[in-house]
Every structure is written in structure tokens, then in C-alpha cells.
Ligand binder design. Structure first.
Ligand SMILES: C[S@@+](CC[C@H](N)C(=O)[O-])C[C@H]1O[C@@H](n2cnc3c(N)ncnc32)[C@H](O)[C@@H]1O
Length: 170
């Protein structure tokens, strides 16, 4: 991986994602999380401070080692059991039916094979588990219809938050 991809891109992701305009969306999606959480594309850990006492522990998955090291810093500032895993949502390294809540924010449209990733999320969720996500559903970007795919894959019972933030520029 190039120096730009390895070091600069993660920093740019962190700076763009920490904007204040996104906090209300984070609070809204994270407030629904309970039990054992798998956060897909945890990035620099900007959701961590919003998890409350309903949460038992968090597994954060991301393919970027640099972003995971930033998430580790965020985890140290929060009294919560957080395990960080380097990997892709297209091959989640967890057993079937072991997760209460899969949470993902502004990540679905960055995953090359989002159909495969959603099947993996479905596999690791317990039968009564929930997928919580926030996406830029009205964005003109090609893959940003991923939220709509997730809605079809999981059905209205499991998809709790599907928010468009197209106007925020993300
Ligand atoms: C726009 S950032 C959002 C980060 C974080 N969810 C947030 O809300 O701040 C997209 C994230 O998806 C991650 N990502 C990219 N491809 C992925 C994949 N195949 N599986 C899981 N995460 C992925 C990136 O490394 C990055 O952390």
C-alpha cells in the first residue's frame, strides 16, 4: 500500500468524519445499540463515545491499521470493552449468530462487494439481532444506494436507521 493510502487517507477520513454536523446522526444510530456489538468500518472510533450502558462489548472491524490505531486511542478514553479487528466486512472473522447488534456508519458504500458484506452481517447476527446503519442514501455516488440494498436484505424489522445526509456533503 502506498504512503498516501496508508497514512494520508486515514487522516483525511478522520478529519472529514469528525465534523459536528454528523454527531446527531451518530447519537441517533448508536442509541439503538445493545448487547454484543460488531461495528463494521469503525474508522477512528468516532461512535465509541456514544455507546451507553446497554452495550456489553464492542468489536470494531476495519481494514485500515492506521484508523484502528486511532480507534484504540478513542477506546482508551471510554470505559468499555472494545476489541479491534483488522479485516473486511466481506469476510467477517466471527462465528455465526454471535452478535446482537451490527452497527455501521457511512461505510456500506465504501465496501466493494456490499452484497457479500451484508450476507456476512446477516450470518453473524443472532436471529433476533439488529442491523443499525446510517448512510448517505440520496448521494449521487454510484455505490451509495447500499442503504437501500440493506433495507431489502434485512427487512423493516431489522433496519432501524437509514438516514440520508446528502446535504451535509458527506
Ligand atoms: C467514511 S469512513 C466511516 C468511518 C466510521 N464508520 C465513521 O462513522 O466515522 C468508511 C470506513 O469504512 C472502512 N472500510 C473500507 N472498506 C471496508 C471493508 N471492506 N470492510 C469494512 N470496513 C471498510 C474504511 O477503512 C473507513 O474506516
Amino acid at each position: 500500500m502506498s504512503f498516501y493510502q496508508d497514512r494520508i487517507v486515514p487522516y483525511l477520513v478522520h478529519v472529514s468524519m469528525r465534523q459536528e454536523a454528523l454527531v446527531a446522526y451518530r447519537q441517533r444510530v448508536v442509541s439503538g445499540a445493545a448487547g454484543r456489538i460488531l461495528e463494521i468500518g469503525i474508522g477512528s472510533g468516532l461512535n465509541l463515545r456514544h455507546y451507553d450502558e446497554k452495550v456489553q462489548d464492542v468489536i470494531g472491524l476495519d481494514p485500515s491499521g492506521k484508523l484502528l490505531s486511532m480507534a484504540a486511542d478513542a477506546a482508551r478514553r471510554k470505559e468499555l470493552s472494545v476489541e479491534l479487528v483488522n479485516g473486511s466486512a466481506e469476510a467477517i472473522p466471527l462465528e455465526d449468530s454471535t452478535i446482537d447488534t451490527v452497527l455501521t456508519s457511512w461505510t456500506l458504500c465504501t465496501i466493494p462487494n456490499v452484497g457479500r458484506a451484508l450476507a456476512e452481517m446477516h450470518r453473524v447476527l443472532k436471529p433476533d439481532g439488529h442491523l443499525l446503519f446510517v448512510e448517505h442514501g440520496r448521494s449521487p455516488m454510484r455505490r451509495c444506494g447500499a442503504g437501500k440494498i440493506a433495507s431489502r436484505r434485512f427487512g423493516s424489522a431489522s433496519v432501524v436507521v437509514a438516514t440520508s445526509i446528502a446535504r451535509s456533503g458527506i
